[in-house]
Design a protein around this ligand. Structure first.
Ligand code: BTN
Length: 243
């Protein structure tokens, strides 16, 4: 089912309401022209004016819960393939765990939420992409397709491309798992082999040299003694110029 709303509080919230009414099915998509209460990761607000892309895709995961992090990386890879059809792919990078950057500025983010309904797990993959507008005061520098000289594409068209990539990559991921796109993420990882800071929560941050990701998609940071630790969640923060 495809639903196109002119305005909604949040497409993720709308997807959740449909699931708990028993109306959610794999590959259902909710697109909105604007959101009045768009949400980002770590309880941040996601400003959602007319002109950008906001949608939520409902999927029924087939892998065990321990492997669900892969769905978030899968979604980021799909986003990067879509964006690579709009701007030069060499301008793209991934900011772990699932932001896509153009020229090291955030253009798109994902908010993935899980819920169970009548014993069936559902994942809601919420995608926001700055097409015409981007915030000027975000924690991490932001950009839009328009600011990158590529704003003449309709949000609906971007969603169509996302779904076409999803159809192909979803199948590949079920069969081969994370290995299918591991290399692509590694090659395009923001901060790779540089010193990065990772926010584990609002209060706790760690620093280390980013050594890529492991086979489970966890971020590898190396401390000053050369010891590597893997992190399953967190947010890579903007690198300061002195790095
Ligand atoms: C982030 O980078 O913090 C994630 C942003 C996710 C925003 C999208 S827009 C569509 C969906 N609905 C929401 O309320 N949030 C996600």
């Amino acid at each position: 089912m495809f639903v196109h709303l002119s305005s909604v509080d949040s497409t993720n919230a709308e997807a959740k309401r449909r699931i708990v009414r028993g109306e959610g099915a794999h590959a259902d998509t909710i697109l909105a022209d604007e959101q009045t209460q768009g949400r980002g990761r770590r309880d941040h607000t996601w400003l959602s004016p007319l002109g950008n892309l906001y949608f939520s895709l409902i999927v029924t995961p087939r892998l065990q819960e321990a492997a669900w992090a892969g769905y978030s990386l899968l979604s980021a890879v799909i986003l990067s393939r879509v964006l690579g059809s709009i701007v030069d792919p060499l301008r793209l990078s991934f900011k772990w765990p699932n932001d896509v950057l153009i020229d090291e500025r955030k253009v798109s983010g994902l908010l993935i939420e899980a819920l169970h309904y009548e014993g069936q797990p559902f994942l809601i993959i919420g995608v926001g992409m700055n097409v015409l507008h981007h915030p000027g005061d975000s924690d991490f520098p932001a950009t839009s397709l328009a600011a990158c000289g590529a704003g003449d594409i309709l949000p609906e068209r971007i969603l169509q491309r996302f779904m076409a990539e999803f159809d192909v990559l979803w199948q590949a991921f079920q069969i081969e798992g994370f290995a299918v796109f591991y290399r692509r993420i590694e090659e395009q990882l923001y901060g790779r082999n540089k010193k990065v800071r990772l926010a584990l929560s609002e209060e706790r941050q760690v620093e280390g040299i980013c050594r890529g990701i492991d086979k489970e998609g966890q971020l590898l940071l190396e401390d000053e003694n050369g010891v590597r630790r893997a992190y399953a969640s967190g947010d890579v923060l903007a690198m300061r110029p002195r790095f």
